[in-house]
Design a protein around this ligand. Sequence first.
Ligand code: ADP
Length: 440
Amino acid sequence: MQQIAWQRELLRIIFIVATATAAGMTFERPLLGALIGLAVSQILMFKRLNELFKWSNNLGPAPQDSGLVGYSADILIRKERVLNKKIARQTKQLKRIAEGIESLQDGVLIVDQAGYMNAFNRASCHLLGLRVDTDKGQHITNLIRAPRFVKYFEKGDYSEVLELESPHRLNLIVQVQVTQFGIDQKVIIVRDVTERQRVEQMRQNFIGDVSHELRTPLTVVNGYLEMLADSDMNPGIMRAVRQMSEQTERMKSLVNDLLHLSKLESNNAGIGNEWFEFQPLCAVSVDQLRAYTPVSLTGEKFPEAVIHCDCASDIEILGFADEISSILSNLITNAIKYGRKEGKAAQVHISIKDHNHGIEIAVADQGEGIAPNHLAHLTERFYRVDESRESTIGGSGLGLAIVRHALEHHDAQLKIDSTLGRGSCFSFTIPAERIRYKSQ
Ligand code: ADP
Protein backbone atom coordinates (compact mmCIF):
# COMPACT_ATOMS: atom_id res chain seq x y z
CA MET A 1 0.00 0.00 0.00
CA GLN A 2 2.75 2.37 1.00
CA GLN A 3 4.74 1.37 -2.11
CA ILE A 4 1.73 1.98 -4.39
CA ALA A 5 1.31 5.46 -2.88
CA TRP A 6 4.96 6.24 -3.62
CA GLN A 7 4.65 4.90 -7.18
CA ARG A 8 1.51 6.96 -7.81
CA GLU A 9 3.19 10.09 -6.49
CA LEU A 10 6.24 9.57 -8.73
CA LEU A 11 4.12 8.63 -11.77
CA ARG A 12 2.07 11.80 -11.28
CA ILE A 13 5.23 13.98 -11.24
CA ILE A 14 6.73 12.11 -14.21
CA PHE A 15 3.45 12.43 -16.17
CA ILE A 16 3.16 16.18 -15.56
CA VAL A 17 6.84 16.84 -16.32
CA ALA A 18 6.73 14.62 -19.46
CA THR A 19 3.55 16.28 -20.76
CA ALA A 20 5.00 19.75 -20.14
CA THR A 21 8.33 18.73 -21.77
CA ALA A 22 6.45 17.39 -24.83
CA ALA A 23 4.47 20.65 -25.01
CA GLY A 24 7.79 22.59 -24.71
CA MET A 25 9.25 20.55 -27.56
CA THR A 26 6.54 21.75 -29.91
CA PHE A 27 7.90 25.25 -29.22
CA GLU A 28 11.45 23.90 -29.37
CA ARG A 29 11.88 24.73 -25.65
CA PRO A 30 11.83 21.27 -23.96
CA LEU A 31 13.84 22.43 -20.88
CA LEU A 32 11.45 25.28 -20.17
CA GLY A 33 8.55 22.83 -20.58
CA ALA A 34 10.16 20.43 -18.05
CA LEU A 35 10.69 23.28 -15.57
CA ILE A 36 7.08 24.40 -15.93
CA GLY A 37 5.98 20.75 -15.44
CA LEU A 38 8.03 20.52 -12.21
CA ALA A 39 6.60 23.82 -10.96
CA VAL A 40 3.01 22.65 -11.67
CA SER A 41 3.56 19.33 -9.85
CA GLN A 42 5.06 21.25 -6.92
CA ILE A 43 2.04 23.60 -6.78
CA LEU A 44 -0.33 20.62 -6.81
CA MET A 45 1.69 19.04 -3.96
CA PHE A 46 1.44 22.31 -1.93
CA LYS A 47 -2.31 22.33 -2.51
CA ARG A 48 -2.67 18.81 -1.14
CA LEU A 49 -0.36 19.59 1.80
CA ASN A 50 -2.48 22.64 2.56
CA GLU A 51 -5.61 20.42 2.59
CA LEU A 52 -3.81 18.05 4.99
CA PHE A 53 -2.80 20.98 7.20
CA LYS A 54 -6.37 22.35 7.29
CA TRP A 55 -7.82 18.93 8.05
CA SER A 56 -5.32 18.31 10.85
CA ASN A 57 -6.47 21.61 12.39
CA ASN A 58 -10.15 20.72 11.97
CA LEU A 59 -10.56 23.46 9.33
CA GLY A 60 -11.62 21.28 6.40
CA PRO A 61 -12.41 17.77 5.16
CA ALA A 62 -9.75 15.06 4.90
CA PRO A 63 -7.70 15.32 1.65
CA GLN A 64 -9.02 12.98 -1.08
CA ASP A 65 -5.85 11.88 -2.77
CA SER A 66 -4.41 8.63 -4.08
CA GLY A 67 -0.76 9.70 -3.44
CA LEU A 68 1.34 10.04 -0.31
CA VAL A 69 -0.81 12.75 1.30
CA GLY A 70 -4.02 10.70 0.91
CA TYR A 71 -2.24 7.62 2.19
CA SER A 72 -0.96 9.47 5.29
CA ALA A 73 -4.44 10.93 5.92
CA ASP A 74 -5.96 7.40 5.72
CA ILE A 75 -3.46 6.08 8.26
CA LEU A 76 -4.18 8.98 10.63
CA ILE A 77 -7.94 8.48 10.28
CA ARG A 78 -7.61 4.78 11.11
CA LYS A 79 -5.36 5.51 14.15
CA GLU A 80 -7.77 8.15 15.37
CA ARG A 81 -10.64 5.66 15.17
CA VAL A 82 -8.72 3.08 17.23
CA LEU A 83 -7.74 5.74 19.77
CA ASN A 84 -11.30 7.02 20.04
CA LYS A 85 -12.53 3.51 20.73
CA LYS A 86 -9.86 3.04 23.43
CA ILE A 87 -10.70 6.38 25.03
CA ALA A 88 -14.43 5.53 25.00
CA ARG A 89 -13.72 2.17 26.65
CA GLN A 90 -11.48 3.73 29.31
CA THR A 91 -13.93 6.56 29.96
CA LYS A 92 -16.61 3.94 30.55
CA GLN A 93 -14.32 2.04 32.93
CA LEU A 94 -13.38 5.23 34.76
CA LYS A 95 -17.05 6.13 35.08
CA ARG A 96 -17.79 2.70 36.51
CA ILE A 97 -14.92 3.02 39.03
CA ALA A 98 -16.10 6.53 39.99
CA GLU A 99 -19.66 5.19 40.45
CA GLY A 100 -18.26 2.34 42.57
CA ILE A 101 -16.35 4.79 44.79
CA GLU A 102 -19.45 7.00 45.02
CA SER A 103 -21.59 4.06 46.16
CA LEU A 104 -19.13 2.99 48.92
CA GLN A 105 -20.29 3.18 52.53
CA ASP A 106 -16.78 4.30 53.46
CA GLY A 107 -15.60 7.82 52.80
CA VAL A 108 -12.82 8.12 50.22
CA LEU A 109 -10.87 11.38 49.96
CA ILE A 110 -7.99 12.13 47.62
CA VAL A 111 -5.64 14.89 48.69
CA ASP A 112 -2.38 16.13 47.20
CA GLN A 113 0.95 15.76 48.96
CA ALA A 114 0.47 19.01 50.89
CA GLY A 115 -3.03 17.96 52.00
CA TYR A 116 -5.26 19.98 49.67
CA MET A 117 -8.44 18.16 48.69
CA ASN A 118 -8.71 16.94 45.09
CA ALA A 119 -11.81 14.76 45.28
CA PHE A 120 -14.12 12.98 47.73
CA ASN A 121 -17.18 10.75 47.54
CA ARG A 122 -20.68 11.12 48.91
CA ALA A 123 -20.01 9.00 52.03
CA SER A 124 -17.33 11.54 53.09
CA CYS A 125 -20.03 14.21 53.17
CA HIS A 126 -22.16 12.03 55.41
CA LEU A 127 -19.31 10.99 57.72
CA LEU A 128 -17.33 14.21 57.91
CA GLY A 129 -19.85 16.83 56.85
CA LEU A 130 -17.92 17.85 53.71
CA ARG A 131 -19.70 20.02 51.13
CA VAL A 132 -19.25 19.35 47.43
CA ASP A 133 -19.63 22.99 46.43
CA THR A 134 -17.20 24.60 48.88
CA ASP A 135 -14.76 22.04 50.24
CA LYS A 136 -12.85 20.95 47.14
CA GLY A 137 -9.43 22.58 47.16
CA GLN A 138 -9.52 23.15 50.95
CA HIS A 139 -6.78 21.82 53.21
CA ILE A 140 -7.80 18.60 54.96
CA THR A 141 -6.83 19.94 58.40
CA ASN A 142 -9.27 22.83 57.88
CA LEU A 143 -12.04 20.28 57.52
CA ILE A 144 -10.97 17.76 60.19
CA ARG A 145 -9.57 19.97 62.91
CA ALA A 146 -9.29 17.42 65.75
CA PRO A 147 -5.73 17.90 67.14
CA ARG A 148 -5.15 14.12 67.09
CA PHE A 149 -5.92 14.00 63.37
CA VAL A 150 -3.78 17.06 62.60
CA LYS A 151 -0.84 15.49 64.46
CA TYR A 152 -1.39 12.11 62.74
CA PHE A 153 -1.63 13.66 59.27
CA GLU A 154 1.38 15.90 59.71
CA LYS A 155 3.58 13.18 61.23
CA GLY A 156 3.41 11.24 57.96
CA ASP A 157 3.63 7.81 59.62
CA TYR A 158 0.44 6.09 58.53
CA SER A 159 1.31 2.53 59.62
CA GLU A 160 -1.57 2.64 62.11
CA VAL A 161 -5.17 3.78 61.80
CA LEU A 162 -6.66 6.57 63.87
CA GLU A 163 -10.05 6.58 65.55
CA LEU A 164 -11.78 9.82 66.43
CA GLU A 165 -15.15 11.44 66.87
CA SER A 166 -16.63 12.77 63.62
CA PRO A 167 -16.44 16.58 63.40
CA HIS A 168 -19.88 16.47 61.80
CA ARG A 169 -22.07 14.23 63.96
CA LEU A 170 -22.06 13.77 67.70
CA ASN A 171 -21.47 10.17 68.87
CA LEU A 172 -20.23 9.05 65.48
CA ILE A 173 -16.82 7.40 65.75
CA VAL A 174 -14.80 7.18 62.56
CA GLN A 175 -11.63 5.32 61.75
CA VAL A 176 -9.25 7.16 59.46
CA GLN A 177 -6.58 5.47 57.38
CA VAL A 178 -4.20 7.37 55.11
CA THR A 179 -2.35 5.67 52.24
CA GLN A 180 0.33 7.20 50.06
CA PHE A 181 -0.85 7.01 46.44
CA GLY A 182 1.65 7.59 43.63
CA ILE A 183 4.33 10.14 44.46
CA ASP A 184 2.18 13.16 45.12
CA GLN A 185 -1.23 12.04 46.34
CA LYS A 186 -2.76 10.50 49.43
CA VAL A 187 -5.97 8.51 49.75
CA ILE A 188 -7.85 8.84 53.03
CA ILE A 189 -10.38 6.13 53.87
CA VAL A 190 -12.92 7.04 56.54
CA ARG A 191 -14.96 4.24 58.12
CA ASP A 192 -17.87 4.34 60.58
CA VAL A 193 -16.80 2.21 63.58
CA THR A 194 -19.41 3.45 66.06
CA GLU A 195 -21.09 0.05 66.39
CA ARG A 196 -17.81 -1.81 66.86
CA GLN A 197 -16.76 0.71 69.53
CA ARG A 198 -20.11 0.34 71.27
CA VAL A 199 -19.75 -3.46 71.45
CA GLU A 200 -16.13 -3.08 72.61
CA GLN A 201 -17.29 -0.63 75.30
CA MET A 202 -20.01 -3.07 76.38
CA ARG A 203 -17.42 -5.85 76.66
CA GLN A 204 -15.13 -3.64 78.74
CA ASN A 205 -18.00 -2.52 80.98
CA PHE A 206 -19.14 -6.09 81.44
CA ILE A 207 -15.68 -7.29 82.47
CA GLY A 208 -15.28 -4.27 84.73
CA ASP A 209 -18.69 -4.79 86.38
CA VAL A 210 -18.29 -8.53 86.88
CA SER A 211 -14.79 -8.10 88.34
CA HIS A 212 -16.09 -5.40 90.65
CA GLU A 213 -19.02 -7.56 91.80
CA LEU A 214 -16.72 -10.53 92.46
CA ARG A 215 -14.50 -8.54 94.79
CA THR A 216 -16.88 -8.42 97.78
CA PRO A 217 -17.79 -12.14 97.94
CA LEU A 218 -14.13 -13.02 97.48
CA THR A 219 -13.11 -10.78 100.38
CA VAL A 220 -15.77 -12.40 102.60
CA VAL A 221 -14.70 -15.95 101.66
CA ASN A 222 -11.07 -15.02 102.21
CA GLY A 223 -11.87 -13.53 105.61
CA TYR A 224 -13.60 -16.73 106.77
CA LEU A 225 -10.75 -18.86 105.43
CA GLU A 226 -8.23 -16.76 107.37
CA MET A 227 -10.37 -17.20 110.48
CA LEU A 228 -10.44 -20.97 109.95
CA ALA A 229 -6.70 -21.04 109.35
CA ASP A 230 -6.17 -19.52 112.80
CA SER A 231 -8.34 -22.12 114.52
CA ASP A 232 -7.29 -25.52 115.77
CA MET A 233 -8.08 -28.20 113.21
CA ASN A 234 -6.80 -31.53 112.11
CA PRO A 235 -3.86 -31.33 109.63
CA GLY A 236 -5.89 -32.70 106.63
CA ILE A 237 -8.52 -29.96 106.93
CA MET A 238 -5.79 -27.39 107.64
CA ARG A 239 -4.08 -28.26 104.33
CA ALA A 240 -7.39 -27.94 102.48
CA VAL A 241 -8.08 -24.55 104.08
CA ARG A 242 -4.59 -23.33 103.18
CA GLN A 243 -5.04 -24.36 99.55
CA MET A 244 -8.50 -22.75 99.41
CA SER A 245 -7.03 -19.59 100.81
CA GLU A 246 -4.23 -19.57 98.20
CA GLN A 247 -6.76 -20.10 95.41
CA THR A 248 -8.96 -17.23 96.65
CA GLU A 249 -5.82 -15.07 96.77
CA ARG A 250 -5.18 -15.98 93.11
CA MET A 251 -8.78 -15.17 92.24
CA LYS A 252 -8.43 -11.82 94.00
CA SER A 253 -5.31 -10.99 92.00
CA LEU A 254 -7.05 -12.11 88.79
CA VAL A 255 -10.04 -9.88 89.55
CA ASN A 256 -7.72 -6.97 90.37
CA ASP A 257 -5.78 -7.48 87.12
CA LEU A 258 -9.05 -7.65 85.13
CA LEU A 259 -10.25 -4.43 86.72
CA HIS A 260 -6.89 -2.78 86.06
CA LEU A 261 -6.90 -3.91 82.42
CA SER A 262 -10.45 -2.77 81.78
CA LYS A 263 -9.60 0.62 83.32
CA LEU A 264 -6.53 0.91 81.05
CA GLU A 265 -8.52 -0.11 77.97
CA SER A 266 -11.16 2.51 78.54
CA ASN A 267 -8.65 5.23 79.36
CA ASN A 268 -8.12 7.39 76.28
CA ALA A 269 -7.05 10.35 78.35
CA GLY A 270 -4.62 11.69 75.75
CA ILE A 271 -0.96 12.08 76.54
CA GLY A 272 -1.28 12.64 80.28
CA ASN A 273 -0.20 16.00 81.65
CA GLU A 274 2.00 14.91 84.47
CA TRP A 275 5.81 15.14 84.40
CA PHE A 276 7.26 12.72 86.93
CA GLU A 277 10.75 11.59 87.82
CA PHE A 278 11.58 8.09 86.69
CA GLN A 279 14.30 7.09 89.13
CA PRO A 280 12.35 7.33 92.45
CA LEU A 281 9.40 5.58 90.84
CA CYS A 282 11.62 2.74 89.68
CA ALA A 283 13.31 2.55 93.10
CA VAL A 284 9.91 2.17 94.86
CA SER A 285 8.88 -0.66 92.49
CA VAL A 286 12.19 -2.44 93.04
CA ASP A 287 12.04 -2.02 96.84
CA GLN A 288 8.51 -3.36 96.96
CA LEU A 289 9.52 -6.44 95.02
CA ARG A 290 12.89 -7.17 96.65
CA ALA A 291 11.24 -9.31 99.27
CA TYR A 292 8.81 -10.92 96.83
CA THR A 293 9.29 -14.69 96.70
CA PRO A 294 6.80 -16.62 94.58
CA VAL A 295 5.32 -19.69 96.25
CA SER A 296 4.40 -22.82 94.31
CA LEU A 297 1.06 -24.57 94.86
CA THR A 298 2.87 -27.23 96.84
CA GLY A 299 3.97 -24.53 99.24
CA GLU A 300 7.60 -24.50 98.03
CA LYS A 301 9.14 -21.04 98.43
CA PHE A 302 11.53 -19.88 95.68
CA PRO A 303 14.89 -18.39 96.71
CA GLU A 304 14.90 -14.61 96.97
CA ALA A 305 15.78 -12.94 93.64
CA VAL A 306 18.84 -10.73 93.19
CA ILE A 307 17.81 -7.44 91.63
CA HIS A 308 20.42 -5.12 90.02
CA CYS A 309 19.10 -1.70 89.14
CA ASP A 310 21.16 0.60 86.86
CA CYS A 311 18.61 3.35 86.79
CA ALA A 312 20.61 6.37 87.88
CA SER A 313 19.12 9.01 85.65
CA ASP A 314 17.57 12.41 86.05
CA ILE A 315 14.95 12.01 83.36
CA GLU A 316 11.35 13.03 83.76
CA ILE A 317 8.56 11.39 81.77
CA LEU A 318 5.33 12.94 80.53
CA GLY A 319 2.51 10.49 81.06
CA PHE A 320 0.90 8.50 83.83
CA ALA A 321 3.15 7.65 86.78
CA ASP A 322 0.89 4.86 88.09
CA GLU A 323 0.90 3.18 84.68
CA ILE A 324 4.70 3.29 84.35
CA SER A 325 4.91 1.94 87.87
CA SER A 326 2.55 -0.91 86.96
CA ILE A 327 4.62 -1.71 83.83
CA LEU A 328 7.80 -1.96 85.92
CA SER A 329 6.11 -4.06 88.64
CA ASN A 330 4.71 -6.52 86.11
CA LEU A 331 8.00 -6.92 84.25
CA ILE A 332 10.06 -7.27 87.43
CA THR A 333 7.55 -9.72 88.95
CA ASN A 334 7.71 -11.85 85.79
CA ALA A 335 11.51 -11.75 85.78
CA ILE A 336 11.48 -12.96 89.40
CA LYS A 337 8.87 -15.66 88.68
CA TYR A 338 10.22 -16.98 85.39
CA GLY A 339 13.85 -15.87 85.57
CA ARG A 340 15.05 -18.77 87.73
CA LYS A 341 17.18 -21.54 86.29
CA GLU A 342 17.77 -24.95 87.84
CA GLY A 343 16.26 -23.88 91.16
CA LYS A 344 18.77 -21.00 91.61
CA ALA A 345 17.67 -17.49 92.59
CA ALA A 346 16.55 -15.28 89.70
CA GLN A 347 19.02 -12.60 88.59
CA VAL A 348 17.08 -9.53 87.47
CA HIS A 349 18.77 -6.60 85.76
CA ILE A 350 16.94 -3.30 85.25
CA SER A 351 18.62 -0.74 83.00
CA ILE A 352 17.97 2.57 81.32
CA LYS A 353 19.84 3.97 78.33
CA ASP A 354 19.62 6.59 75.59
CA HIS A 355 18.10 5.31 72.40
CA ASN A 356 17.88 6.89 68.90
CA HIS A 357 14.39 8.20 69.50
CA GLY A 358 14.09 8.39 73.27
CA ILE A 359 14.97 6.44 76.39
CA GLU A 360 15.03 2.64 76.48
CA ILE A 361 14.11 0.89 79.72
CA ALA A 362 14.82 -2.84 79.97
CA VAL A 363 14.18 -5.63 82.46
CA ALA A 364 16.33 -8.70 81.79
CA ASP A 365 16.70 -12.09 83.45
CA GLN A 366 18.85 -15.16 82.97
CA GLY A 367 16.09 -17.74 83.20
CA GLU A 368 14.95 -20.50 80.87
CA GLY A 369 13.90 -18.08 78.12
CA ILE A 370 10.91 -18.33 75.82
CA ALA A 371 10.66 -20.24 72.51
CA PRO A 372 10.31 -17.88 69.47
CA ASN A 373 6.84 -19.20 68.51
CA HIS A 374 5.37 -17.82 71.77
CA LEU A 375 6.83 -14.31 71.57
CA ALA A 376 4.14 -12.75 69.37
CA HIS A 377 1.36 -14.03 71.67
CA LEU A 378 2.73 -13.10 75.09
CA THR A 379 0.78 -9.86 75.36
CA GLU A 380 -2.56 -11.54 74.60
CA ARG A 381 -4.92 -11.88 77.54
CA PHE A 382 -4.49 -15.16 79.45
CA TYR A 383 -1.68 -16.40 77.24
CA ARG A 384 0.77 -18.62 79.07
CA VAL A 385 3.79 -20.35 77.62
CA ASP A 386 3.61 -23.46 79.75
CA GLU A 387 0.32 -24.00 81.57
CA SER A 388 1.72 -26.67 83.89
CA ARG A 389 4.76 -24.59 84.91
CA GLU A 390 2.90 -21.34 85.37
CA SER A 391 -0.01 -22.82 87.28
CA THR A 392 2.47 -23.79 89.96
CA ILE A 393 3.72 -20.19 90.13
CA GLY A 394 0.31 -18.66 89.87
CA GLY A 395 0.09 -15.85 87.32
CA SER A 396 -3.17 -14.45 85.99
CA GLY A 397 -1.93 -14.33 82.38
CA LEU A 398 -2.91 -10.66 82.25
CA GLY A 399 0.34 -8.99 83.30
CA LEU A 400 1.80 -8.42 79.83
CA ALA A 401 -1.60 -7.40 78.40
CA ILE A 402 -1.64 -4.69 81.09
CA VAL A 403 1.93 -3.71 80.15
CA ARG A 404 1.01 -3.44 76.44
CA HIS A 405 -1.99 -1.19 77.11
CA ALA A 406 -0.12 1.03 79.53
CA LEU A 407 2.73 1.39 77.01
CA GLU A 408 0.27 2.37 74.26
CA HIS A 409 -0.75 5.31 76.45
CA HIS A 410 2.91 6.40 76.28
CA ASP A 411 3.34 5.86 72.51
CA ALA A 412 5.65 2.95 73.25
CA GLN A 413 5.72 -0.73 72.40
CA LEU A 414 6.97 -3.76 74.27
CA LYS A 415 9.99 -5.45 72.70
CA ILE A 416 10.81 -9.00 73.78
CA ASP A 417 14.18 -10.64 73.13
CA SER A 418 14.59 -14.13 74.44
CA THR A 419 16.91 -17.08 73.92
CA LEU A 420 16.02 -20.51 75.23
CA GLY A 421 18.30 -21.47 78.08
CA ARG A 422 19.85 -17.98 78.32
CA GLY A 423 17.09 -15.67 79.50
CA SER A 424 14.78 -12.90 78.35
CA CYS A 425 14.86 -9.15 78.03
CA PHE A 426 11.64 -7.10 78.02
CA SER A 427 12.23 -3.52 76.92
CA PHE A 428 10.39 -0.42 75.70
CA THR A 429 11.37 3.02 74.44
CA ILE A 430 9.67 6.16 75.72
CA PRO A 431 9.76 8.61 72.79
CA ALA A 432 11.88 11.76 73.03
CA GLU A 433 8.78 14.06 73.04
CA ARG A 434 7.84 12.57 76.42
CA ILE A 435 11.27 12.94 77.99
CA ARG A 436 13.03 15.88 79.62
CA TYR A 437 16.05 16.12 81.86
CA LYS A 438 15.63 17.55 85.32
CA SER A 439 19.09 19.11 85.25
CA GLN A 440 18.39 21.12 82.06
P1 ADP B 1 1.35 -14.14 84.19
O1 ADP B 1 0.45 -13.37 85.09
O2 ADP B 1 0.90 -15.56 83.95
O3 ADP B 1 2.77 -14.03 84.59
P2 ADP B 1 1.94 -12.43 81.94
O4 ADP B 1 1.00 -11.85 80.99
O5 ADP B 1 2.69 -11.53 82.83
O6 ADP B 1 1.10 -13.49 82.76
O7 ADP B 1 2.96 -13.34 81.15
C1 ADP B 1 2.47 -14.21 80.15
C2 ADP B 1 3.39 -15.39 80.02
O8 ADP B 1 4.64 -14.96 79.47
C3 ADP B 1 3.74 -16.02 81.32
O9 ADP B 1 2.75 -16.96 81.69
C4 ADP B 1 5.08 -16.67 81.01
O10 ADP B 1 4.86 -17.92 80.41
C5 ADP B 1 5.68 -15.76 79.98
N1 ADP B 1 6.70 -14.87 80.55
C6 ADP B 1 6.54 -13.60 80.97
N2 ADP B 1 7.69 -13.06 81.41
C7 ADP B 1 8.63 -14.02 81.27
C8 ADP B 1 10.03 -14.11 81.53
N3 ADP B 1 10.71 -13.07 82.06
N4 ADP B 1 10.67 -15.28 81.25
C9 ADP B 1 10.01 -16.32 80.71
N5 ADP B 1 8.69 -16.32 80.44
C10 ADP B 1 8.00 -15.18 80.70
